[in-house]
Ligand binder design. Structure first.
Ligand code: PLP
Length: 391
């Protein structure tokens, strides 16, 4: 084990099973380790580096803002924060934005909005949030409660009360549960990422959105992983033709700096008042200045590019030797290999490709602007490994 790895193992909490790779630098979708070895990056820091590593436009904006003022606190106005909120609202039709730093924090804000709205409208007994089985919403105690996967819950009881789970794609079950518990909110990811890169059915999402509207239940869409162009639309819910009431976004929006947002639609726009919520770093001007360069470049042309690359990857793996199925949407792709996904991903590292896993799948979340030749090279390596490693 190298000195760095031993240092990390000694002093950093042992919560991550790290790959034995020491990354030191990168440009676009090529990352370089401490031995000077290059890798084609198909993970982009788990859907964060939307335009790859050390993106020049993002970097200039960040460095420029760093030179002016790195932090102001939310006691004062700063331009990047207000401009980013405006851009998010204009691009989504949402009305107000609360900024935080992580996906879990954005989701917590979404739940606070839904709970306050419902408590004011329907009384304090209306507080239960319905989420889906196999979902993932983050690691805080409340977001673990929201997450519909038992194994995340086991060691951390008691979790925040007021969350119930229902199977994905079963509208009748959702409706029965939501009415039965007098739901204060319904929360879901349109593509379950950590759950195995599984896109929800169109019909289920549309019926749920209609039901939520008819019953005045705020619909929360968790776009932490699916957002910011990842699925070939700016936000994944746009692929379903629905308009949620509350949306969380994080990861990609900051382009590599911690930034998250809870977007509030018309129904809930006035729910949060002064003192209802806060975050010391939320809306930090450096993170927001960078985010403006990310969000402004996720335009129709880039989204069409994402969809074209997605089609290429789906075609490459569908019916390939050693591949059982391909799932996901846009550049959020799950490949179910015949062999163990973890073993294939480890072997890919030796061959210079960084990919991820989600449950029994190889998960790909490349930068949206990954050059086609690099994508093709990495796909060929992964395809060959799927064919080679079958147990
Ligand atoms: N929600 C979803 C759908 C996620 O995929 C994640 C992280 O993977 C989170 C929430 C939590 O985000 P964070 O790790 O930034 O708190």
């Amino acid at each position: 084990m190298s000195e760095l790895q031993s240092l990390d193992k000694t002093y950093v909490a042992n919560t991550y099973a790290r790959f034995p790779v020491e990354l030191v630098s990168g440009k676009g979708s090529v990352l370089t380790d401490s031995n000077g070895k290059n890798y084609i990056d198909l993970g982009s820091g788990i859907a964060v580096n939307v335009f790859g590593a050390a993106d020049d436009i993002w970097k200039s904006a960040v460095v420029e803002q760093l030179g002016k003022l790195q932090h102001a606190s939310n006691l004062y106005y700063t331009e990047p924060c207000a401009e980013l909120a405006k851009m998010l609202c204009e691009k989504t039709g949402m009305k107000k934005v609360f900024f935080g730093n992580s996906g879990a924090e954005a989701n917590e804000c979404c739940v606070k909005v839904a709970r306050k709205y419902s408590a004011e409208k329907k009384g304090p007994a209306c507080h239960t949030i319905v989420t889906l089985e196999n979902s993932f919403h983050g690691r805080t105690l409340t977001m673990l409660a929201a997450t519909g996967q038992e194994h995340y819950h086991e060691l951390f009881q008691p979790l925040t009360p007021g969350f119930v789970h229902t199977p994905a794609n079963d509208f009748e079950a959702l409706k029965k549960l939501a009415l039965g518990v007098n739901a204060a909110g319904i929360m879901m990811e349109c593509v379950q990422g950590e759950g195995g890169v599984i896109a929800l059915d169109q019909d289920f999402v549309r019926k749920t959105a209609d039901f939520a509207k008819e019953n005045d239940i705020p619909l929360i869409i968790d776009e932490v992983q699916t957002g910011n162009g990842r699925t070939g639309a700016l936000y994944a819910y746009m692929n379903y033709g629905i308009q949620p009431d509350v949306v969380s976004t994080a990861k990609g929006i900051g382009g590599g700096l911690p930034l998250a947002a809870c977007l509030m639609g018309e129904k809930v726009q006035y729910v949060l008042g002064a003192g209802d919520h806060g975050s010391t770093f939320g809306g930090n001007p450096v993170a927001c200045a960078g985010a403006l360069t990310i969000l402004s470049r996720i335009d129709d042309e880039l989204l069409a590019e994402v969809r074209a690359k997605s089609e290429y990857v789906f075609k490459a793996f569908e019916n390939a030797d050693g591949v059982e199925s391909v799932s996901g949407m846009g550049l959020m792709i799950g490949i179910k290999p015949v062999g163990p996904a973890g073993k294939i991903v480890k072997a890919a590292i030796d061959k210079g490709v960084l990919a991820l896993t989600a449950k029994d799948r190889i998960r790909l979340l490349p930068a949206l602007n990954i050059p086609m030749d690099q994508l093709e090279k990495a796909v060929t390596i992964l395809k060959n490994l799927c064919a080679e490693i079958k147990d």
